[in-house]
Design a protein around this ligand. Structure first.
Ligand SMILES: *[C@@H]1O[C@H](CO)[C@@H](O)[C@H](O)[C@H]1NC(C)=O
Ligand SMILES: *[C@@H]1O[C@H](CO)[C@@H](O)[C@H](O)[C@H]1NC(C)=O
Length: 223
C-alpha cells in the first residue's frame, strides 16, 4: 500500500518536472520566433530604403553620385544651339549615346541647380525628390540608342520647374539625379522646403531599434 503510494508520487513528480522543462522550451521557441519576426520587420524597411532614400538630403549611397550628375546634366562644352549636328558631335565626344532621353543645363547654371537641394531653392516633392522654386531653361535631347549611330530624334528647349533627387554627400545636400517633369509639376506651398527636417531621423531610430532587437535575441537565446 505505502509502496504504491510512493510510486504514484514519484511518477507525478517526474511528470511535473518533464512538463515544466517542456513548457520552458516551448516558451523559448515562441520568444525566439517572435524576436526573429521583429528583427525581420525592422531589417526589411532598412534594406528597402537602401534602394532609394525616403526623404531628400539623407546620406548618399554613392560618394561620386554628384559628379555623375554633373557629367550627365551640366557637362562642359555643351552646345548653345539646338542644332542636331552639334548635339550629335557633342554626345559622341562625351560618350553619351546610350541614354535615350537626356537633359542639359548650361554650365553657368550649376550654382542655381545645386541650390534646388537647399531650403532656399527647392521644395520637397516625394521620396528623395525636390522641385525647384524657380523655372529653369534646359535642353532635352532624344537619342536613338538602337544602332549605336547616336541618331538625334529631337531637341527641345524646355522651361520648367526641375525635379532632382537630393542626397547628402560630405554634409552637403546635392543633386544626384535628374527626374523629367512631363506633367509640368510646380512646387506646393504645403510641402516642406527641400532638406527641412520634419522630425527625428528615421534611419537612426531604426538602427537603434535593430540593435535593441539583436540584444534581446542574444539575451533570450542565452536564458
Ligand atoms: C532656350 O530658351 C531660353 C529662354 O527661354 C534662352 O535663353 C536660351 O538661349 C534657349 N536655349 C537655346 C539653346 O536656344
Ligand atoms: C523606420 O523607417 C521607416 C522608413 O524606412 C519609417 O517609416 C519608420 O517610421 C521608421 N521607424 C521608426 C521607429 O522610426
Amino acid at each position: 500500500m505505502t509502496s504504491s503510494r510512493i510510486f504514484t508520487h514519484t511518477l507525478f513528480i517526474q511528470f511535473r518536472s518533464k512538463w515544466s522543462v517542456h513548457k520552458v522550451e516551448v516558451t523559448n521557441r515562441i520568444f525566439t520566433m517572435i524576436s526573429f519576426l521583429v528583427l525581420l520587420a525592422s531589417v526589411l524597411p532598412l534594406i528597402h530604403s537602401l534602394d532609394k532614400n525616403p526623404n531628400p538630403c539623407m546620406p548618399a549611397k554613392y560618394n561620386n553620385a554628384y559628379n555623375v550628375f554633373l557629367k550627365r546634366h551640366i557637362p562642359d562644352g555643351a552646345p548653345h544651339t539646338l542644332d542636331q549636328n552639334a548635339w550629335q558631335a557633342f554626345l559622341r565626344k562625351i560618350n553619351m549615346c546610350d541614354r535615350p532621353t537626356q537633359s542639359f543645363f548650361r554650365a553657368n547654371e550649376r550654382r542655381r541647380v545645386d541650390n534646388v537641394c537647399t531650403k532656399a531653392g527647392g521644395k520637397t516633392l516625394s521620396g528623395n525628390l525636390c522641385i525647384s522654386k524657380e523655372k529653369f531653361s534646359f535642353v532635352t535631347v532624344r537619342v536613338d540608342t538602337a544602332e549605336g549611330t547616336c541618331g538625334i530624334r529631337n531637341i527641345r528647349n524646355e522651361s520648367k520647374h526641375i525635379i532632382l533627387a537630393c542626397e547628402d554627400i560630405g554634409d552637403v545636400c546635392q543633386p544626384v539625379h535628374f527626374e523629367g517633369n512631363p506633367k509640368d509639376e510646380v512646387p506646393s506651398n504645403n510641402q516642406l522646403d527641400c532638406g527641412a527636417r520634419s522630425g527625428t531621423k528615421p534611419i537612426a531610430l531604426n538602427v537603434s531599434m535593430l540593435l535593441f532587437t539583436v540584444v534581446a535575441l542574444i539575451c533570450i537565446s542565452k536564458g
